[in-house]
Design a protein around this ligand. Structure first.
Ligand code: TYC
Length: 94
């Protein structure tokens, strides 16, 4: 029987990247990161400050579908609160 090396690639993962803006309150961003990305207050605050200083930051890494759902949840919460907060999902490079 033919022997072949089994090549099973792990699924492509997606990072949810939140973008800085000049209008969304810091407190709102911290609450969103806690609520949708399961971070505690300390971790959420660190991520928010990184976004504020660097322009963007990774909130979590998920399968493609879950990442897309997180983006929808954040954009929906931001729109409902009247804030311009934006986030995107992108393939993780490794
Ligand atoms: N830059 C915003 C401010 O000074 C805070 C902020 C942080 C906004 C992170 C968006 O993804 C963001 N109020």
């Amino acid at each position: 029987m033919e022997r072949r090396t089994q090549k099973v690639k792990p699924p492509q993962m997606y990072q949810v990247v939140m973008l800085n803006d000049d209008y969304t309150p810091m407190e709102f961003v911290v609450v969103v990161i806690q609520e949708f990305f399961g971070k505690d207050l300390e971790a959420a605050t660190q991520i928010m400050l990184k976004i504020h200083l660097d322009g963007k930051g990774v909130c979590g890494v998920y399968s493609k579908d879950v990442a897309a759902t997180k983006v929808d949840q954040v954009l929906d919460a931001a729109a409902k609160a009247g804030h311009p907060l934006k986030c995107i999902s992108e393939p993780v490079e490794f």
